[in-house]
Write a protein that binds this ligand. Structure first.
Ligand SMILES: NC(=O)c1ccc[n+]([C@@H]2O[C@H](COP(=O)([O-])OP(=O)(O)OC[C@H]3O[C@@H](n4cnc5c(N)ncnc54)[C@H](O)[C@@H]3O)[C@@H](O)[C@H]2O)c1
Length: 364
């Protein structure tokens, strides 16, 4: 069947509800959500009633015994690792929210499980999708942009005590990290997606905005494998929320739309070095076909991959790169040294970046 409808179970009814609204409902020709799972029956029933979903589970293990094809994990971060492994072992395809897992060691175990599994795994990085980033990616991949010079990435968001009232947030044992893991991870992924891998990072982390264990302000200076440089800054204490990415290449400078939660959606400023470069860009983008933003396109492309019509759009290798940045930040900030990437199993923070005083709790 060329356009087979795949069955999905969404686990976790917080952002899971957005996966339904933005990801599965607009792709009703590709997916049918047949089940929901949440430990909280009230939340479960409210979302299941809203979307008319009959399968309702408060037990993940019971859900895995059903014949649903895709398990979409939208639970808090500390739960992801166990649920991904169990779902892959049960022969399911797996979609999982960021941050995928809590260390590079766990990430590499996921990669090993994936190799043995029947199903495919797609981590979520929905900020990559939409006309803005898609056009920039196309121009860069075509070679028109030229040599990368510098990138700046700013994740300037606002989170208050109300946000941290949810018990799993703000703690090492459950959130597994702070603004680096939960918020800026999207924007940092876009930097490597568009400009290539980071080879060295000197970073600092601090907790200044909220009364939490994990960091809420970060800043780093990076070298990319291409030789380009990048600066990464994030805070949860910005009174105006923006995500801003600016990329300078030899032939083109790009600047993102500043929409905090969808920097890919609207068109970016594309500033050419000359009329000739502009003409090349115009020719490249001449027959542009609209790319819906966020989950709609990520889920549509996952379906293409399941149908054998393309690669999995976001992979565990992408998650590894994102978690290397996190690992490097924590180590660099603690030791005041530059960290070289990629990070191998002999790195002191390969198994965990959780500070020693919180480590016992995180391991429980
Ligand atoms: N991609 C994005 O833009 C985005 C946005 C928000 C959150 N997230 C990520 O999504 C994940 C969930 O965040 P959230 O804000 O929706 O959290 P949340 O607390 O609002 O919702 C999580 C839900 O999971 C349920 N749950 C917890 N453990 C469970 C288990 N073992 N089995 C079944 N259900 C369980 C909880 O009862 C809760 O209803 C986190 O990893 C977060 O970082 C991503």
């Amino acid at each position: 069947m060329s356009n087979e409808i795949k069955t999905v179970a969404v686990v976790g009814c917080g952002i899971g509800r957005s996966h339904l609204i933005e990801g599965y409902v607009p792709n009703a020709d590709k997916y049918k959500v047949v089940a929901l799972c949440d430990l909280n029956p009230e939340r479960l029933n409210a979302v299941a009633d809203e979307f008319g979903i009959e399968g309702r589970y408060t037990s993940f293990d019971e859900l895995l015994k059903t014949d649903v094809e895709i398990i979409d994990i939208c639970t808090p971060p500390m739960v992801h690792y166990g649920q991904i492994i169990a779902a892959l072992e049960a022969g399911k395809h797996v979609v999982c929210e960021k941050p995928l897992v809590g260390s590079l060691a766990q990430l590499d175990e996921i990669v090993a499980a994936e190799k043995k599994a029947k199903g495919k795994l797609m981590p979520i990085f929905q900020y990559r999708y939409g006309d803005g980033i898609e056009q920039v990616k196309k121009i860069i991949d075509s070679g028109i942009a030229g040599t990368p010079y510098v990138a700046t990435a700013e994740t300037l968001w606002k989170r208050t005590a109300e946000y941290y009232a949810v018990p799993w947030r703000g703690k090492w044992a459950t959130e597994l990290g702070g603004v680096l893991m939960t918020h800026a991870i999207h924007i940092h992924d876009i930097i490597t997606y568009l400009m290539g891998p980071i080879s060295g990072l000197f970073g600092r982390v601090a907790t200044r905005v909220n009364d939490i264990e994990v960091e809420d302000c970060i800043s780093a200076s990076c070298e990319l494998e291409s030789g380009a440089l990048a600066s990464l800054t994030a805070t949860l204490g910005s009174q105006e929320e923006i995500s801003r990415i600016r990329l300078a290449f030899s032939n083109v400078t790009f600047e993102s739309d500043h929409a905090p939660y969808s920097p890919g959606g609207k068109l970016w400023r594309i500033i050419p070095a000359s009329p000739e470069v502009q003409a090349q860009i115009d020719a490249l983008l001449k027959d542009w076909v609209h790319v819906p933003e966020r989950f709609q396109t990520q889920m549509a492309r996952f379906h293409d991959a399941l149908m054998g019509r393309g690669p999995v759009p976001v992979t565990s290798a992408d998650s590894r790169r994102a978690l290397e940045i996190v690992t490097a930040f924590y180590h660099s900030s603690e030791t005041h040294t530059e960290v070289r990437l990629p990070i191998a199993p002999d790195h002191p923070k390969y198994k965990s970046w959780v500070p020693a005083q919180f480590r016992k709790e995180a391991a429980q």
